[in-house]
Ligand binder design. Structure first.
Ligand SMILES: Nc1ncnc2c1ncn2[C@@H]1O[C@H](COP(=O)(O)OP(=O)(O)OP(=O)(O)O)[C@@H](O)[C@H]1O
Length: 259
């Protein structure tokens, strides 16, 4: 794992205390208490509209809580200056459902863009990046199984391949936390499992923490160390994955009307 300048040794990656989030009069999250240790792979599950994406956005400082405290890698986004928040975000990778890649650029160039935070000037074209970064980008593409496709335009890659490129891009950041917002929602079951297994392997190899929202409870059970379920803006289950099962998790979706 990358060295952290501010996080106390072995301190939690993420700490939320009594967190609430409202948009105007709409209360979206309330009384959220959550602590995640470094290197853990946490699956965030729960029905549509439960507040999972909002919770992930609180973790990278895109949203600031309207109540309580959020601390990420030892920093509180709410009290960070703009520059401190920018620095914090270089330590946090984000993987989106829609990949967030530049389709007309090659896999290699998209991956290199993950290193832009460490460069002073914008770059245009693979050859304008320093050689050491090009070597690392190729290594990271190899780690996600896409070395051969490195010069292929991203919009010609399959969905699963595109998500692998997005994951390789976060590796260029040396991210200490990877936040993944429904990263496999648009993939078929086989590609979904394969992408999540890749993320899991990389997290184990490099030691970064993963918080990953998922709708597929079977995948959450296969891939995570811990499952946090959110419903109607509150945490309704927070357990080691080995201590829960598909029936209990499905009830969080199906009991919704009765709750
Ligand atoms: N910027 C915003 N302004 C107003 N309401 C918002 C905003 N962002 C999210 N919400 C509301 O917050 C609630 C939770 O949304 P969120 O996207 O966090 O849910 P989710 O659990 O990620 O859902 P899904 O699984 O469908 O992605 C929803 O009612 C949504 O309309």
């Amino acid at each position: 794992m990358s060295a952290s300048a501010t996080r106390p040794e072995n301190g939690p990656s993420v700490q939320l205390h009594d967190v609430g989030m409202s948009f105007g009069h709409k209360q979206v999250l309330s009384d959220i208490d959550l602590e995640i240790s470094p290197g853990h792979f946490v699956a965030l599950v729960g029905p549509s509209g439960a507040g999972k994406s909002t919770l992930l956005r609180l973790l990278n400082g895109s949203h600031l809580p309207t109540a309580g405290r959020v601390s990420v890698l030892g920093s509180e986004p709410a009290t960070c200056s703009r520059r401190e928040l920018q620095q914090l975000r270089t330590r946090i990778g984000f993987v989106f459902q829609q990949f967030g890649l530049v389709g007309r650029l090659s896999a290699m160039e998209n991956v290199l863009m993950g290193a832009l935070g460490s460069l002073r000037m914008p770059r245009y074209g693979v050859s304008t990046y320093p050689r050491d970064l090009r070597v690392r980008a190729a290594e990271n593409l190899e780690r996600v199984g896409l070395l051969e496709e490195r010069f292929q335009r991203c919009d010609t890659l399959s969905g699963g391949q595109q998500q692998r490129v997005a994951i390789a891009r976060t590796l260029m950041q040396d991210a200490e936390i990877v936040l993944a917002d429904e990263p496999v929602a648009s993939l078929d079951p086989s590609a979904s499992l394969s992408v999540l297994e890749t993320l899991r392997r990389l997290s184990a190899e490099d030691g970064f923490t993963v918080v990953c929202s998922l709708h597929q409870v079977d995948l959450a059970l296969r891939i995570s160390d811990r499952i946090v379920a959110v419903r109607d803006g509150a945490i309704v289950l927070d357990r080691a994955t080995s201590q829960t099962d598909e029936t209990e998790l499905r009830s969080i979706y199906s009991d919704r009307a009765a709750a």
